[in-house]
Design a protein around this ligand. Structure first.
Ligand SMILES: *Cc1c(COP(=O)(O)O)cnc(C)c1O
Length: 488
């Protein structure tokens, strides 16, 4: 400790090495832990002291408590046997990039508050336009540009706000009046998404003050993808009632089943109706680093905004959600305010990007650093290899499901996600999932498709190899046989 009670650089060095060592050991050992934490509600808090310490404690004691109190309360997202929800990749270069970001302690709200924080972010998001095969219009050298948000929920909320402003300006021009803040009654703004879209759309609609009653859930086809004709009809119906359609959110890879909304057809509807099209590819978006997966985003050039999460499947630690717009002026107009204390020469010159105008909060972390580390460590080749490896394992698993008599696929395999079920019905599938998860050997979650319970296996953890997926399949078959024998 120094005279002010701070950790000296030398003490930091020693403690820091111990933390890195702890993380490295975790990477080696994570395969041995039960994937789903067995903690009971309140069990972690019960082991923590009632009050904060009055005097500082040795760092080694803190680390010891991490092992004894914290780790038993962790569900191991980095386990090779984690197949629940969608993956949340953490990779070596990303962890180190995030650590460095903490070490530099940069706050990148304006270009002027750390030029490299802004410029690296703009540059890496331009790189991703190439790497992912995104439309040219999303580039910062065109009218668009990209920004890193904390989550896809924030990306979608930001898109909603920009779309709301554009639509209400248009409506005010047509009706000669401004809209009320809640957008109720005649001239209210409406938003469209599929029945299978993520809950963050509904949450964004609530936060943006548009009113839950103005969100339309458009019908889906047999593959759970939004029907463009149903969308067009819903928009026409609302227009006839005097509403102003503001935004359509299409999904590439729904959370439930990996369904892909037809962007080209939806985009054509949005162009005709002059409605903002936002595309949520939170998980599946990573797949388009592979040219053979670009069909997922066919028609994306018709979109006004797009988001995907490197923090799901592109080897980058949470939080890191990339968000692009085709017209950055619309976004900045919607979100920019300039108090005196933030005025500065660079901003006034108009030559720089101030990312505070591209997001809801003012302050922002240096997230581009970890994404840059990841892209440089793996190269485009390494990123593609990761996606292809996961996709191949998911396809192998799906082939076992199809070949088995007892199990069946419940949806087409999509971007590393397999939806399947045992033919014995909902109660059996639920019991099977619970027994598998309680065993600690693997962790998977469920959804409902066509009113039936479906198990989801999402392959994406960095450590997952062929042997793990084979082990998961054997375990699933054996557990189902044991359950059936017990008459479940
Ligand atoms: C995971 C997911 C989200 C939410 O992502 P956050 O970054 O946690 O907000 C949104 N949409 C889809 C399709 C998702 O799979």
């Amino acid at each position: 400790m120094d005279d002010a009670g701070h950790m000296t650089p030398d003490a930091f060095r020693r403690a820091g090495h111990a933390v890195i060592e702890r993380i490295a050991r975790y990477m080696e050992e994570v395969k041995r832990y039960p994937v789903l934490s067995r903690a009971e509600p309140g069990s972690v808090r019960a082991r923590l002291p009632e009050a904060a310490p009055e005097t500082g404690e040795p760092f080694a004691d803190v680390l010891r408590d991490v092992d004894e109190i914290i780790l038993p309360g962790i569900t191991h997202w980095q386990s090779p046997n984690f197949y629940a929800y969608f993956p949340a990749n953490a990779s070596g270069p990303s962890i180190l990039g995030d650590l460095l970001s903490s070490g530099l302690g940069v706050q990148g709200m304006l270009w002027a508050t750390s030029p490299a924080c802004t410029e690296l972010e703009t540059h890496v998001l331009d790189w991703l336009v190439d790497l992912l095969g995104l439309p040219e219009g999303f580039r910062s050298s065109a009218a668009g540009g990209g920004v890193i948000q904390d989550s896809a929920s924030s990306s979608t909320l930001t898109a909603l706000i920009a779309a709301r402003e554009r639509a209400s300006a248009g409506a005010a021009n047509r009706h000669g009046v401004g809209l009320g803040p809640a957008g109720r009654g005649a001239g209210r703004l409406t938003v469209y998404t599929s029945r299978h879209a993520h809950s963050s759309i509904e949450k964004g609609v609530k936060i943006a003050g548009l009113g839950r009653e103005n969100l339309r859930l458009v019908d889906a086809d047999g593959r759970h993808a939004m029907r463009a004709d149903a969308l067009e009809a819903a928009i026409a119906e609302d227009r006839a009632r005097g509403a102003t359609p503001a935004m359509v959110c299409a999904t590439v890879g729904t959370t439930s089943s990996g369904a892909v909304d037809p962007l080209r057809a939806i985009g054509a509807v949005c162009r005709r109706a002059r409605v903002w099209l936002h595309v949520d590819a939170a998980h599946a978006g990573s797949a388009t680093v592979c040219p053979e997966q670009r069909g997922l985003i066919d028609g994306l050039e018709l979109a006004d905004s797009y988001t995907f999460n490197p923090h799901k499947w592109l080897l980058t630690n949470f939080d890191c959600s990339c968000f692009w717009v085709a017209d950055r002026a619309a976004l900045i107009e919607a979100l920019s305010v300039l108090p005196e204390y933030l005025r500065n020469e660079a901003t006034e010159s108009g030559a720089v990007i101030d990312y505070r105008d591209w997001q809801v909060p003012l302050g922002r972390r240096f997230r581009a650093l970890k994404l840059w580390f990841v892209i440089r460590h793996y190269g485009a080749e390494g990123l593609r290899a990761h996606v292809r490896h996961c996709v191949a394992l998911a396809e192998w698993f799906a082939a076992q499901v199809e070949a088995s008599g007892e199990f069946e696929l419940a949806a087409p395999v999509s971007a590393g996600l397999v939806c399947f079920r045992h033919r014995a019905g909902d109660a059996f599938n639920e019991a099977l999932m619970n027994r598998l998860n309680e065993s600690g050997a693997l962790y998977l979650t469920h959804t409902k498709l066509d009113e039936r319970l479906v198990l989801r296996l999402a392959v994406g953890a960095v450590a997952t190899r062929r042997a793990h997926v084979e082990g998961a399949w054997s375990r699933i078959v054996e557990t189902a046989q044991a359950l059936a024998a017990a008459g479940a």
